[in-house]
Ligand binder design. Structure first.
Ligand SMILES: Cc1cc2nc3c(=O)[nH]c(=O)nc-3n(C[C@H](O)[C@H](O)[C@H](O)COP(=O)(O)OP(=O)(O)OC[C@H]3O[C@@H](n4cnc5c(N)ncnc54)[C@H](O)[C@@H]3O)c2cc1C
Length: 448
C-alpha cells in the first residue's frame, strides 16, 4: 500500500470523482451562506444539513481494498493478498471475525454436507478450512463437524493469518461512502480518529454484511427484515451444584471450548430493520436488560448461585439486511439439485431443515451446493465484488446463505477473483473462469 499521507486529495465537488448515492432524500433549496460554512446550513424543511465541500486526504492506494473484517472479509483479504495483490482490509471494530467472534456466534456451521452418493463429506476447505484447522490445533474448537470455537482464539488466529498473508490492516476505521467515476468504483471514503480520508483501489470487495458499499454505489438490492438477537456467554457452568436442595435443570445455552463457559443464542424480535440506527439502539438496550435480568433469575435458582454473566456480544446479532441483486441469484432449487456452475468458486452446505416442493427436508438429507462467481458480481458497478451474508441469493435460501461456512467460501472466492483481476488487468466480470478455478485450487479450495 502506497501511503501518500496528506499529499493528495480527492475533489468532492468537481472533476469526475463524485460521491455515491446516499439515502435519497431530496433537498428543495439551500441557504447560500453554506459555501462559507459559517451560517447553519439547514434546509428550509429542517430535514437536512448541507455539508461543506472539502479536500480529503488520500490515505493510501492499493490493488485490492476489502471493507469489513468478518468471516467473508478476512477470507477475502487473505485470498487476495496470497495472489500477490497489495491488499488493505478495513474494519470498524477492533477485531476480525465479525459476528463469528464479536457477535459470539461460535459454531462454524455447514462444514459438511451430503454428496451425490448420499455420503456426508467435508465441503469447507481453503482459507476457511485453514482457520478451522488452526483453531483445532490450538485446542480451541470442539467437534469435527460444525466446530464451536473460542472467540478470543479465533480473533488471534485471524490476526495471525492476516499478518502472515501481508495484508495491511486498518482497525477502528469505518467506510462511509464510495468514490465513483461513472459506473466505476475508484475507492472508498473512511472515517476514523485520524479524520475523513480516501483509500483508492483497483478493486473493492464489499464484506460489510449489510452491503454498505454496493448501496452507496447505487446497486439494486432487496431489503430483508429478519430477526435480530444478542448472544451472551455464561461463566462457572462447571460449578453448578446439582446436589443442592431444590435444584432444577435449566436451559443454559451450549458448551464452548472453555469447560466453564457456555454461549447462549438469542432468536430476538422478528421483522427487524437492521439499517435503522434508532431501532438497533432500542434493541441493544432492551436485550442487554433482558439478559441481565435472566442471569439474575438463574443465580437465584438453587445450585446455580455461582453462574455469572461473562459477556454480551460486542456486535448486535443482525442476521440479514441488504441482499444484492447480482448477475445471478442463487436459488433454493440450485442447492437441492446439485446444480453445477462453470464459474464455481466453492461449495457450501445446509445446517437446517427446509421446506422444498411442499416436503420438509432435514439437514441430514440436504445436498452440498456450488456457488457461482456471478452471484458476487453487481450488475452495474465495475471493480466491485460482494461476499458474505449480502451476496445474491433468493430469500428461501437465507438460512444457509448467511452462515459462517458460506461466508468463508464467498469471501475466499471474491478475494481470489479480485487478486486475479488485478494481476490480469481484467474486469472481474470478464475473468477467465478456468484461471480463477486454478488460483482457488492452488489456494486449497474445493470446487465440488
Ligand atoms: C444471533 C446470530 C446467530 C447466528 N448463529 C450462527 C451459527 O450458529 N453458525 C453460523 O455459521 N452462523 C450463524 N449466524 C450467521 C453468521 O454469524 C453471520 O451471517 C456471518 O458471520 C456473516 O459473515 P459476514 O462476514 O458476511 O458479516 P459479519 O460477520 O457481519 O461481518 C461484517 C464485518 O464488517 C464490519 N463492517 C460493517 N460495516 C462496516 C463499515 N461500513 N466499515 C467498516 N467495517 C464495517 C463489521 O464490523 C463486521 O466485522 C448467526 C447470526 C446471528 C446474528
Amino acid at each position: 500500500m502506497k501511503r501518500r499521507s496528506f499529499l493528495s486529495n480527492v475533489v468532492l465537488t468537481s472533476g469526475s470523482l463524485i460521491l455515491g448515492t446516499a439515502c435519497g432524500r431530496k433537498i428543495e433549496s439551500f441557504p447560500t451562506e453554506t459555501e462559507t460554512g459559517m451560517a447553519a446550513p439547514v434546509s428550509e424543511n429542517r430535514n437536512t444539513v448541507l455539508e461543506p465541500a472539502r479536500q480529503i486526504p488520500i490515505l493510501a492506494e492499493t490493488d485490492v481494498l476489502v471493507i469489513g473484517g468478518g468471516p467473508a472479509g478476512t477470507a477475502a483479504a487473505i485470498a487476495a493478498s496470497r495472489t500477490g495483490a497489495e491488499t488493505c482490509l478495513v474494519e470498524r471494530y477492533n477485531h476480525l471475525g465479525g459476528l463469528w467472534t464479536g457477535g459470539l456466534v461460535l459454531p462454524l456451521l455447514a462444514t459438511h454436507a451430503i454428496d451425490k452418493n448420499k455420503k456426508t463429506r467435508q465441503v469447507i476447505y481453503g482459507i476457511g478450512g485453514e482457520m478451522a484447522q488452526r483453531l483445532k490445533d490450538l485446542g480451541m474448537s470442539i467437534s469435527e463437524v460444525d466446530p464451536v470455537v473460542d472467540p478470543e482464539a479465533a480473533k488471534y488466529v485471524l490476526d495471525e493469518m492476516i499478518v502472515e498473508a501481508g495484508v495491511k490492516m486498518l482497525y477502528h476505521t469505518w467506510a462511509t461512502n464510495v468514490i465513483m467515476d461513472g459506473n466505476t468504483l475508484k475507492g472508498v471514503f473512511v472515517e476514523s480518529k485520524s479524520g475523513r480520508m480516501a483509500i483508492l483501489a483497483k478493486i473493492v470487495v464489499d464484506c460489510t454484511g449489510d452491503g454498505d458499499i454496493f448501496h452507496w454505489a447505487g446497486e439494486k438490492y432487496d431489503e430483508m427484515q429478519y430477526h435480530i438477537g444478542l448472544v451472551h456467554r455464561l461463566g462457572n457452568i462447571d460449578r453448578i451444584d446439582k446436589s443442592k436442595a431444590g435444584y432444577v435443570e435449566m436451559a443454559l445455552g451450549d458448551p464452548t471450548p472453555i469447560p466453564s463457559v457456555n454461549w447462549v443464542n438469542m432468536h430476538g424480535e422478528n421483522n427487524q430493520d437492521a439499517l435503522d440506527v434508532l431501532n438497533l439502539s432500542r434493541l441493544q438496550l432492551e436485550y442487554r436488560r433482558e439478559i441481565w435480568e435472566s442471569v439474575q433469575k438463574i443465580r437465584q435458582t438453587p445450585g446455580h448461585e455461582k453462574v455469572f454473566l461473562l459477556d454480551t456480544a460486542s456486535q448486535l446479532g443482525v442476521r440479514a439486511s441488504r441482499i444484492l441483486d447480482a448477475e445471478y441469484r442463487l436459488t433454493l432449487e440450485d442447492t437441492m439439485t446439485y446444480t453445477s456452475f462453470d464459474d464455481v468458486i466453492g461449495v457450501s452446505g445446509a445446517w437446517t431443515t427446509i421446506l422444498y416442493k411442499g416436503k420438509s427436508v432435514p439437514r441430514q438429507e440436504r445436498p452440498l451446493w456450488q456457488i457461482p462467481l456471478r452471484s458476487l458480481i453487481p450488475k452495474k458497478t465495475e471493480n466491485l465484488l460482494v461476499a458474505g451474508r449480502c451476496f445474491c441469493f433468493e430469500r428461501e435460501l437465507v438460512e444457509d446463505a448467511r452462515i459462517i461456512g458460506t461466508c468463508l467460501i464467498t469471501g475466499h472466492g471474491a478475494g481470489a477473483a479480485a487478486g486475479l483481476a488485478v494481476k490480469e488487468g481484467e474486469m472481474v466480470r470478464n475473468l477467465d473462469k478456468d484461471k480463477l478455478k486454478g488460483v482457488l485450487l492452488q489456494q486449497g479450495a474445493w470446487l465440488g
